[in-house]
Design a protein around this ligand. Structure first.
Ligand code: G1P
Length: 280
């Protein structure tokens, strides 16, 4: 059996307020806004499932109920589609790929940052178990998906590994930024990681929203103090992990859309609409 099969769980933090998408995100979670006809969050879920993940753990808030509903069956709609000769649509709401996949929902009490969101899943993940984190705002078009690409690299190294990409000097302020030793064309052994450096970034290699991390990171998350933006930062816990273990950065092969911004969200819609030949 391939070792990558040992990664079965993915955490998807989806509790954010989505203020940049107001008023659209006032009554609808921004993760449910569609890219053509598919909610943004579903792209990350499909990518995880494609990579063999069997349990998706959403970290939600009380305003994110539609996400829970979306990943549950809707018997009433299914019955109507079946009886009204619209059976083709059934496949759209009942993806066969989801058979056997468990969806768990945990509500985050306060918005204390990405690290705090991930920490909410600590009772579901063992310290020596590797797990995935997917930030749905980062949408990728790549084959195989980024999580599968990370898993392939994990198979060789059996260490925590995060997706990275090159950004401009100006953009380093917006991301976790790493520095390290180049191992091969796409792989870097991380030596340093800083959350949103406002000056003197260690490099132009930014962290994107896909991680495979050792479960012990959850212990670090319990102890770290608030960092950038006065929030509990996942980046700071990864920095602690670096002291005891190797962590790799993988330059992925895919087109990225930053759907946390309106510009990226519109670009993603145009890209996927063209791909599906809805527009030329
Ligand atoms: C988070 C992480 C950051 C990472 C980014 C990728 O930031 O904290 O290190 O580079 O995701 O999208 P956020 O965009 O949630 O502020």
């Amino acid at each position: 059996m391939s070792n990558s099969k040992a990664i079965k769980k993915a955490v998807l933090p989806v509790a954010g307020l989505g203020t940049r998408f107001l008023p659209a995100s006032k009554a609808i979670p921004k993760e449910m806004l569609p890219i053509v006809d598919t909610p943004l969050v579903e792209f990350a879920v499909r990518e995880a499932v494609e990579a063999g993940i069997e349990e998706i753990i959403f970290i939600t808030s009380h305003t994110k109920r539609p996400i829970e509903d979306h990943f549950k069956r809707n018997q009433e709609l299914e019955t109507q589609l079946l009886s009204s000769d619209k059976k083709d649509y059934l496949d759209r709401i009942n993806l066969k790929e989801y058979e056997g996949v468990k969806f768990s929902f945990i509500r985050q009490r306060d918005q204390k940052g990405l690290g705090d969101a991930v920490l909410q899943a600590s009772h579901l993940i063992n310290p020596d178990e590797y797990f995935a984190i997917l930030l749905a705002d980062d949408l990728f078009d790549g084959t195989p998906g980024i999580t599968s690409q990370l898993l392939s690299a994990f198979e060789s190294h059996q260490r925590s590994i995060i997706a990275i990409n090159e950004v401009t000097d100006e953009e380093t302020k917006k991301y976790g930024v790493i520095d390290g030793e180049i191992i091969s064309e796409n792989l870097t052994m991380i030596k340093e990681i800083v959350e949103k450096p406002q000056s003197n970034p260690p490099s132009n290699l930014a962290v994107t929203g896909r991680y495979l991390l050792k479960g012990s990171i959850l212990e670090s998350l319990k102890t770290i103090k608030p960092g950038f933006g006065n929030e509990i930062q996942l980046t700071d816990a990864i920095s602690m992990l670096l002291k005891e273990d190797e962590v790799f950065g993988l330059k992925y092969k895919a087109e990225k859309f930053d759907c946390g911004s309106r510009e990226g969200f519109i670009k993603a819609n145009i890209h996927f609409a063209r791909k599906q030949k809805i527009i030329i």
